[in-house]
Ligand binder design. Structure first.
Ligand code: PLP
Length: 387
């Protein structure tokens, strides 16, 4: 397979590492391989590079450098925030989250439930929207933490995290947001101090895999999740992934520069793709909230057929998209997000997620518009549902 022929529209799964990011990382692979904890001059070069990256990430988030903890991935950041909150106030045994979180939250909650914690999963409506009233009813003095994603990886839906944070704080609970899909695609500004913990992940914003961030608001108590040495100012043990951190710092800088492009060029390409597919494929269903959605994501169900079959056939044209969540697409179980949205049975198996990025071109999108509708038609002709 050649990357020249690939049309990659699976950016909510992972992204291409930006060439500028590779360039920033290379010296820390080739030359400056010192350990940031080493007291000698060679170590100091790495130490300074990590601190520069901390400042770059903080600038993107509107945070202070000391509020940024580098981690191994978004999943680690999610786990660390929730477990820290539970350890901090052992009398509070409840967690409030949503039915549409990533497995990084939901699988942890399942384990915590087995350990005796009580988890409330706030439901969504058929467009995947949350109702703030549910949070007002459920969050109580027994709630340790409320965790709600900023943007959903499958539908692209955006959630009112600042308002939910206020509801959590009114009951003395902490608030965490999984912003892995939001950072770099929409403005994320933590200056107003309402969010206590935020997770992000390098590989979703054109930095490499294996590096993440946990933002911890200044003053919020944090119990270390990875225990060992005193790296990350004693908050996360383990020798720092210096090239990865440097790459994430540069990616954060680029994300700020390209934010306008995400809102304009990427959004226009997504809207063009969605509008043409809706016009050309009979009886489609858009999964998500068209009014509060990431600019790069379109999730469309093509009724009566299997998303996996669509993916296999468009793969022949080099088109890389996803059916349901990439993290769960190894199994043919319908995605928990679409199930939570009560997507009808005839549509739930036929969903395709297109997630674009700044590297996509109009020509690529037009190729998808040309190649996909005949695939849908062909599959429907042989569908056991007889459409
Ligand atoms: N949270 C969300 C919303 C995600 O989409 C993902 C990855 O797909 C994660 C968390 C996990 O991030 P990572 O792959 O860095 O562990």
């Amino acid at each position: 397979m050649s990357t020249d022929t690939v049309i990659y529209v699976d950016n909510n799964s992972t992204t291409r590492v930006a060439p500028e990011v590779v360039e920033a990382m290379l010296p820390y692979l080739n030359t400056w391989y010192g350990n940031p904890s080493s007291p000698h001059a060679f170590g100091e070069v790495s130490r300074k590079a990590v601190e520069k990256a901390r400042g770059q990430v903080a600038a993107l988030l509107g945070a202070l450098p000391e509020e940024i903890i580098f981690t191994g991935c978004g999943t680690e950041s999610d786990n660390a925030a929730i477990l820290s909150a539970l350890e901090n106030d052992v009398k509070r045994r409840k967690i409030v989250t949503t039915a549409v979180e990533h497995p990084a939250i939901l699988s942890l909650c399942k384990v915590l439930q087995q350990r005796g914690y009580h988890i409330d999963y706030v439901p969504v409506d058929t467009k995947g929207r949350l109702n703030l009233e549910h949070f007002r009813q459920i969050v109580s003095e027994e709630t340790a933490i409320v965790s709600v994603m900023w943007a959903n990886n499958e539908s692209g839906n955006l959630y009112p995290v600042q308002e939910i944070a206020e509801i959590a704080h009114a009951k003395g609970a902490l608030f965490h947001t999984d912003a892995v899909q939001a950072v770099g695609k929409i403005p994320v500004n933590l200056k107003d101090g309402r969010i206590d913990f935020l997770s992000m992940s390098g590989h979703k914003l054109h930095a490499p895999k294996g590096v993440g961030v946990l933002y911890r608001r200044k003053g919020v108590k944090f119990n270390q999740f990875v225990i060992g040495g005193h790296q990350e100012h004693g908050l996360r043990a383990g020798t720092e992934n210096v090239p990865g951190i440097v790459g994430l710092g540069r990616a954060a800088e680029l994300a700020e520069q390209f934010l306008y492009e995400e809102q304009t060029k990427v959004r226009a390409l997504r809207d063009h793709l969605e509008a043409r597919l809706l016009a050309l494929c009979p009886d489609p269903l858009v999964n998500g909230d068209p009014e509060h959605r990431l600019p790069n994501t379109a999730n469309i169900s093509f009724k009566y057929i299997e998303g996996e079959s669509i993916l296999m056939l468009i793969n022949q044209f080099g088109i890389c998209a996803s059916s349901g969540s990439a993290c769960t697409s190894g199994s043919l179980e319908p995605s928990h997000v679409l199930r939570a949205m009560s997507v009808p049975q005839i549509a739930i198996h036929g969903s395709i997620r297109f997630s674009l990025c700044r590297y996509n071109t109009r020509q690529e999108i037009d190729t998808i518009i040309e190649k996909l509708p005949p695939v849908i038609k062909r599959l429907r002709e042989i569908s056991p549902y007889g459409r």
